[in-house]
Write a protein that binds this ligand. Sequence first.
Ligand SMILES: Nc1ncnc2c1ncn2[C@@H]1O[C@H](COP(=O)(O)OP(=O)(O)OP(=O)(O)O)[C@@H](O)[C@H]1O
Length: 830
Amino acid sequence: MTPLKTPSSKHRLNFPATTPKNGNHHGAAAATEHPVEVIGRIRNLTSGAGGASALEIAGGGTAVRVRGDAGGCRDFTLDGVSVSEEEDLEGFYRRFVRSRIEGVRVGAKCTVMVYGPTGSGKSHTMFGCTKQPGIVYRALKDILEGGGGGEGDVRDEDDAGFRMGLFVQVTVLEIYNEDIYDLLVGSGANAKGNAPKARLEVMGKKAKNATYISGNEAGKISREVSKVEKRRIVKSTLCNERSSRSHCMIILDVPSVGGRLMLVDMAGSENIEAAGQIGFEAKMQTAKINQGNTALKRVVESIANGDSHVPFRDSKLTMLLQDSFEDDKSKILMILCASPDPKELHKTVSTLEYGAKAKCIIRAAHVATPRDKMSSEESSTMLNSRIVAMNQFIYNLQKENKLREKERNEAQSVLKRKEEELAQLKAKLKLIEGQGAAAKQDEINSKVMEKTQSLRTELVKMEEKMLRQQQELLALQQRLQEVEREKPVQQDIIGGRLLARLSEMSARADQSMSMDMSIDFDMGDQPAVEDVKVIKEDTRQQGQIRSQTNAAGSCTSAGEQEDVVRLSGYPEKVVLSTVFEEGDEEEDKDSGVDEEQCKEVVEESYVMQQPLAEPEDPETRNTRIQNIFRLCGNYRELAKNSKVQSPAARDSNPVFGDENKQPAAKQVFGDENKDPSAWGAIEPPMCDVKVADSPVSSQLSPIVCQFVDEPKLPVSEQLKSCNDTLEAADENKENSGRDSLLDVYIKWESGHLIKGLKLLSNSCLSDLRKLLEAHFEEAGSKHAAQQFTFLLLGVRHLALHIPFFHPIVLCYLYLLAMSFIHHWRIETSL
Ligand SMILES: Nc1ncnc2c1ncn2[C@@H]1O[C@H](COP(=O)(O)OP(=O)(O)OP(=O)(O)O)[C@@H](O)[C@H]1O
């Protein structure tokens, strides 16, 4: 390694020719100053140290007295002495260091270095321990946060330095084996554990390309420095378990004011043998350490002696400290660390001698020299650099502000988004809560609307039906009027009655509209008597119509009146419109008024009249019989009862042909010849009827037939007996729910035979025909040759359980009005 030479004399300090020691300082005291202040720091006696302390404070606290083994002592006068047992680091810092640091805050330059043998407490004084921070951290805090407070001071520590525009740039260097290393390099957050240190070159009096950390927060920088400090090379020696093997230099620049603080923790000068260093590398390491210490010692002695040459370049350490000695504004605080251990006495004396020598350095009074001029130029350069540093600091602050503002905006946007989400959720919650009630209300409304709509539809349909019925009624009325016009005589009687009846029915229909009701023709204003209508027509004679009370009988009770209508001149063309209805009442009720009804309209037929007087052959007679049934509809039931006959009731009914078992039930209508008044309305056949067969099939219902064949009894008696039987049967019917027998009365044309037949209420005319045919077969030749008249079809309790407004009902009523009201008779001749 090329030995460095001492800088030229022009860089030497302007030390006075004489030292205070020489006694020439009086008169010139005002013009001279001590650039180096020396403070003694005596550590406490370790437990391993044998004997009493070899050091004591003397001279009023400014001198250290060293007691030798022989009992002699030597005083070393310093600027101050501190014993750690009596004064902790805090006190030491307040008393000797803080004033220097405050100078740095206003632009002063100060170098604080600790010097002493190994294990004397240099690193402890500089960096402190876990319990108390050392000079480095206290100085950082004081620079950035302002002085005047101790550890317990309550200060606004946030941005005290920032308010004053102070920030620091910190460089941490290590001088090991005469090489300078940048400890900050590789110590960042992204640095790996054992990142290599960057070795730096010295350019002039500074380390070239040294990195620094800057900031105004003492805590952050202190933490960083503490981390970096641990990168120093240490080694366990006999003297110190953790002995520093390098010099550490921490440079704090305060660009805003131009202040600079250099904190130097020197490696301990040591005796190789005493330190127990064995081996070439260890010995070389120790030699290098001592080289720096020795170079510094020589520099101090040289300056103190006023040598023309100061060997700053003998070591890297002195090269970097050159400004500290040469700069007039720079001051040096040298802390001599000494151990009170008597075993370390010779090293302690050596250290104190070194400090005493440094204390002798006197800087002459400042005189304006050409160098000062240059200094002005340097100061302007320095100011420019400060401006640049300030600008950079401001830029950094602005960047940081922008970053924080961005973060704040992001946080605000997130907050806003969250608030919106919250509002949406609240709205949703409200909506859901409201939808529950609204849904129920909507459901109710929709059901009501649906029901209302269906009712309206039904109403419209019913109105339409009513309209059609009214039209049909009108048509029938017109038809009736036409008939009446043709038969003026009959018009007064029949027309009036029928019109009255139709009006009455129409009124009933109006009243009963939209109601599903049971129609019983025994109800209403109709008398409870057997109201028998006898229609007689003789086309060959003058037609006449008469009503007569059915007193012919004994078939009517007192007060009961039977309408007998005799139609004279009945039109040859008879138009009967009837409707066949299928389906039972239950279906009607269940399906309502809208249920389809099966209708069959019996076509118009022409009734061919034939003279009654003339005997007919059997074929013609049979044809007429068939026509009669066709007229009424082969398949139309004689009566419709909604109530189904119960099996019990059915069993109780007499069975066809079992007349022997039911003799009491035989009904005798009497001999019409004996009581012609009772059947006076019997006339020859009115007309021939030819009606188309109904295509509707019907089930053959049980038929009950009771024959009345008692010519001995008069007709009136027979009818009365019949009527009594019927009334008794009525009671049974009421008991059995009006679902029993229908009485059919037949008068033979010969006048000698009247048959009373009974049919079940749900029988049809075809059943009646079969009944008659069966009777003919049974009668055999007895009646074969006889002429007979289908005198009377008496039906009791014709009950219909059909909605009253139904057109079928109306048509049916019309037919009933014409011929079948309640108990009716059709008197015709075959
Ligand atoms: N004033 C003190 N009070 C309490 N303990 C101290 C004091 N001075 C030093 N020590 C302790 O003595 C030990 C050695 O101290 P330190 O490492 O500071 O010595 P050093 O001078 O730096 O030695 P080296 O030059 O080898 O690094 C450390 O454990 C330290 O804690």
